[in-house]
Design a protein. Structure first.
Length: 458
């Protein structure tokens, strides 16, 4: 029986339930390539150090590359009775090269083996996220540049607040996803150390070379402490925190896409490629991808909570609880990746309905702040008093059922005699947007400068 590879001291087999709860092969087969890479590096190091012979290493290496081939062609038969990816690969190696296969596990434990495989997997996930975030940032920058002059309403409390530009709004997300990119790079730098060679927990008496295996696996260095090497899952927690926050950013943008797509807003259109229909209501055009992104945040946040909870009571070193680190991390990574891809697609697809946005930007007296600012800047009225005067003008406009710029001058002067005809210059939405030239403000020239700055930095 194959499971006897590691069951010398046991007289009988596992019960079915024990096998079912114990096996991780259904999900950790995702780490097959990392497992083979780790084994190749380990075997080569063992041979360089004279711990195994060159011939044995060559046999092991060619067996492993056959296995790699079998797995990538889908021909490999994964077996639950072999528990996990490590035992599946090693057992197949026995089939292929016989007893020599047993030399591969010299000076190694599944504890440093799984820590290495998982780290390599999570490092790849960092790199995939880095790439997708870069693509999303470039897409947002292109659209922001294109719409640096497209006026839209800005909201606070979901109430019309002040006019902004669509470009400025998209650039706010560039800042958020830019921080996400810096977080994933920061975490990758910290996690890129090799646990391989820690063995079970205490190191090994064999004269191994941990620097060599670290280099072979493109780690910056070996981890300094053998107990920490096999016990640490910080790197997955950091990845999941980054992923959760990035999902939150994706979800906020998704929520805005859902709102903007509503016929009540009608701020953007998504093409047929990014919308779905209804089975009963023929007129419907639903932004399902945006809703799904908003919905999938729960999985990723849940994975973060799950991993933190799983780790928090574990004594050093390895406990089998830690096998639970993988499924949720794998799920979070594939969720983040599909969501980033969908967002890239929607951001490049969406078309703002400029006229509609511009009209909406003027609704709700959105230039009232401009009027108050004008009273302060040009008449010298203290801002609090200017705020009060403007409030009375807003009331006057509501009373007449018109917008601020439609109040005739004599009616304005009836509210405050110091007001002159120049006031109308600041009341249009374009004037408002163009005047917001303070650093970080929405003025189109500012937005274009920020786009250029980001392109330089990326
Ligand atoms: N399948 C295990 C995991 O995913 C591998 C490590 C097993 N080590 C052990 N001592 N049982 O973590």
């Amino acid at each position: 029986d194959k499971c006897m590879l590691i069951r010398g001291r046991f007289a009988t087999k596992l019960t079915d339930v024990m096998e079912a709860i114990n096996a991780s092969i259904d999900f950790d087969q995702q780490m097959a390539m990392q497992d083979i890479d780790g084994s190749l590096a380990h075997s080569e190091m063992l041979s360089d150090q004279g711990i195994i012979t060159k011939e044995d290493h060559q046999l092991i290496a060619s067996g492993l590359s056959n296995i790699r081939q079998e797995i990538s062609e889908g021909k490999f038969k994964f077996s639950r009775s072999l528990e996990d990816i490590h035992m599946n690969v090693e057992s197949r190696l026995h089939d292929l090269i016989g007893m020599v296969a047993g030399r591969l596990h010299t000076a190694r434990s599944r504890n440093d083996q799984v820590a290495t495989d998982f780290r390599l997997w999570v490092r790849d996930a960092h790199d995939r996220a880095d790439e997708l975030l870069g693509e999303l940032l470039h897409t947002l920058l292109d659209r922001a540049e294109e719409h640096a002059n497209t006026v839209m309403p800005g909201f606070t409390h979901m109430q019309s607040a002040q006019p902004i530009t669509f470009g400025h709004h998209l650039m706010a997300y560039v800042e958020m996803f830019g921080r996400d990119l810096s977080r994933v790079r920061d975490s990758r730098r910290r996690m890129n150390e090799s646990p391989l060679g820690a063995a079970a927990l205490a190191g090994t008496s064999f004269m191994i070379d941990r620097d060599k295996t670290a280099r072979a696996l493109r780690f910056d260095r070996p981890m300094r402490n053998s107990l920490d090497s096999v016990s640490d899952r910080d790197f997955a927690v950091e990845y999941l925190s980054f992923a959760s926050l990035s999902m939150v950013h994706l979800s906020r943008l998704s929520e805005e896409i859902v709102l903007w797509m509503s016929p009540l807003f009608d701020f953007i259109k998504l093409s047929d490629e990014w919308t779905t229909g209804s089975s009963i209501m023929p007129q419907k055009r639903n932004p399902d991808a945006a809703e799904l992104i908003r919905g999938k945040v729960g999985r990723v946040n849940g994975s973060l909570a799950g991993l933190l909870t799983m780790m928090k009571g574990l004594p050093l070193a390895f406990s089998k609880d830690m096998q639970e680190d993988k499924e949720q991390t794998f799920d979070a990574a594939s969720t983040l990746e599909i969501c980033l891809q969908a967002m890239i697609g929607m951001v490049s697809d969406m078309q703002p309905v400029k006229e509609r946005m511009r009209t909406a930007a003027g609704l709700g007296h959105a230039t009232a702040t401009d009027l108050a600012d004008w009273l302060t800047r040009f008449i010298g009225i203290p801002f609090r008093e200017a705020h009060h005067i403007t409030g009375r003008l807003v009331r006057e406009a509501d009373h007449r059922g018109v917008s601020l710029e439609e109040i005739p001058l004599d009616a304005m002067q009836a509210v405050d005699g110091r007001i002159t005809a120049d006031v109308y210059i600041v009341l249009g939405v374009d004037n408002s947007v163009n005047s917001r030239v303070s650093f970080g403000g929405t003025a189109p020239a500012n937005v274009l400068k920020q786009v250029a700055g980001w392109r330089n930095r990326l």
